[in-house]
Design a binder for this molecule. Structure first.
Ligand SMILES: [Zn+2]
Length: 303
């Protein structure tokens, strides 16, 4: 199957004009900062940017695996959020779509939120809205329906969208920087292992570890509708979050015959290769690599 996200069915996603870091106890959160720019928030077609979002995510994973310190994590997570919005972990992690209807929520095995897979709904809500007062953001359940209660005008403007979007598009909605970075690291690790497998000289044990790492991560499925423009049916993916869209894009790209996402042979950066034969992300890296190559060659000739 040919991989093509750029279908005629766009997936609109919301991001705020800015984000800032904020502590709740010892936990460091990324919080929307609506005052940061003229555009309080805007929606964009996520699928049109999914290639660059994936490359940015993998590079965040690479750099934060190499340099595991707070300023690096903060810088990468903030830059990512300002480009694409928060990941939407709150609606992605639960096993059930209608998770707020129950007193207790069950989380998927591969979630980045909590090691305990069951969590009280009230505590779960609190985890994503740590700075909002009850008047600003709370919810009620009546007759099997969830309703968001708020005194905020910005929040009220979302009231006609789905409950999921009212949650993750809220100006009170936060994500811990560690969740974002852990997810990025996990994806980079899987990607790196998949690239290692292409190396014919890989040791048997490393090959085994690589295959296990790739196989063990469970990607959640994305619901879809079928649209018919004219009379031709076409899949219209309905991800509930940026994370779900990234997970799917990652799987499709990694498994496509010509995976366009590569690791630069010189600097190790992840890049999107327009030319399928490209081995370097920039001409500087290619030139540098050629210089080293010819130096080594000269050395060999002198021996
Ligand atoms: Zn490079």
């Amino acid at each position: 199957m040919e991989f093509n996200f750029k279908s005629s069915s766009p997936y609109s996603y919301m991001r705020y004009g800015g984000y800032q870091g904020k502590f709740k106890g010892t936990e460091y959160y990324l919080v929307p900062n609506p005052e940061a720019s003229m555009n309080i928030r805007d929606v964009y077609d996520m699928f049109s940017k999914i290639d660059s979002a994936l490359v940015d995510l993998l590079n965040m994973g690479k750099v934060c695996s190499d340099l595991d310190n707070e300023p690096t994590k903060f810088t990468f997570a903030t830059t990512f959020a300002e480009r694409y919005g928060l990941l939407g972990f709150m609606v992605e992690a639960p096993t059930s779509k209608d998770f707020l209807l129950n007193d207790e929520i069950t989380l998927k095995e591969d979630n980045f939120i909590s090691k305990n897979r069951t969590i009280k709904a009230k505590d779960y809500f609190e985890l994503f809205f740590p700075f909002a007062t009850n008047d600003e953001m709370s919810y009620t359940v009546t007759n099997g329906k969830v309703k968001i209660e708020t005194n905020s005008d910005l929040q009220k403007m979302l009231s006609r969208s789905s409950i999921e979007n009212q949650l993750i598009y809220s100006s009170f909605y936060c994500e811990k920087i560690d969740w974002i970075v852990d997810y990025a690291k996990k994806m980079y690790n899987i990607f790196k292992k998949a690239m290692d497998l292409k190396n014919e000289n890989i040791y048997d044990f490393d090959e085994y570890v690589a295959k296990e790492t790739i196989h063990n991560y469970y990607f959640s499925g994305i619901p879809f509708r079928i649209n018919t423009y004219g009379n031709t049916p076409e899949i219209a993916w309905q991800p509930n979050s940026l994370k779900q869209a990234l997970d799917m894009a990652f799987g499709f790209m990694l498994c496509s015959e010509q995976n366009p996402i590569k690791i630069c042979k010189h600097c190790g950066k992840v890049f999107y290769a327009k030319n399928p034969k490209a081995e370097y992300d920039t001409s500087q890296c290619r030139n540098q690599a050629n210089v080293y190559k010819s130096r080594n060659k000269n050395k060999d000739e002198k021996k």
